[in-house]
Design a protein around this ligand. Sequence first.
Ligand code: SAH
Length: 379
Amino acid sequence: MSAYPPASAEIRKLIKAAGPMPVSRYMELCLTHPLYGYYMTRDPLGREGDFTTAPEVSQMFGELLGLWAAAVWKSMGMPNPVRLVELGPGRGTMMADILRAIRVLPSFYQAVSVDLVEINPALIDRQKETLRGTKTPVAWHDSIDSIDEGPAIILANEFFDALPVHQVVRLQHGWHERVIDLSASGQLAFSAAAEPLKHFDLLLPPLVRASPVGAIFEWRPNAEIMRIGRRLRDQGGAALIIDYGHVRSDAGDTFQAISRHSFADPLRNPGQADLTAHVDFQALALGAEDAGARLHGPAEQGDFLRRLGIETRAATLMSKANTQASADIQSALKRLTGTGRGAMGALFKVLGVSHPELKTLPGLSEQPPAETAAPGADA
Ligand code: SAH
């Protein structure tokens, strides 16, 4: 018997057998190992859990995204059927709020079928419970690839931050993969691969290339955003990606554990805490564009929600509420759109991706494709 909890024992065994493992592999094992992974074993959300997300803060979030989706569907030419896809739907709260909100537009409501991409068995059960009673057909998938063809509106809130991230560290002779090794006393510890990654700096944005020794840069494989981009390009539709992160690629270490609503050491209690890293929206945008999709935004979440009318919606709800409920709506509004401590308005960004012919998406400014942005290029 090992003295360590199962995920920790498994990771130590792998490091002893095969040597230090990249941060991305560690994150993948901690989150999605079929037996011990954090996301395979529990419902992490809510006051009793480890973190709270925007749809759990207020019904206004999902309702506004429902109206956003309805407007997008109209500008897509009102295809029937249309797939409403959510990546990492948590407790199903956002989808339930969306479906309730879009009932005011029966032609859209009746055209929709829902596809949820989820790997967490506990959350799938929770989503089934939340969506019980809905008349809309709902199907579950473990990957976006198994969703039927057709035009789609794809939503992802706090999904990309949970996908494994690579870290590289700048040392004297170049960039090295940041790895996790065992210290002399047998504890998990950060280290750097002995050899630098060949030609890695050629892939980096100039700002990051100039980083000093000791700087850390994080990057995620493009596979997921490319899948989304290709699907939208080939079959039509739009995607909305909402997450905490930065709009320009930059150096910095954002790899963190979140446990019981506080930051924790990511190397302690593997498999027991949520592991995340900020989302690099510039990298996402480049991936989507490479796949042939059009970009919109990014915008800060606060600005995006205000443009969709969250203040009016809050006022309407407050006019029907008692004093306590009214104060709760006010504080939810502040949390979703504000910029202070614990508020999501500026930390979270919103990126739109669409079929090339969909020129605008509500709440997001148009971003010209890179080739037409160059001076003198043909529009
Ligand atoms: N969108 C929800 C939940 C965010 S938490 C909300 O805003 O409340 C991250 C979600 O992504 C969870 O549902 C988690 O189980 C799911 N998830 C994490 N990694 C995943 C993966 N690789 N594939 C599919 N779903 C994943």
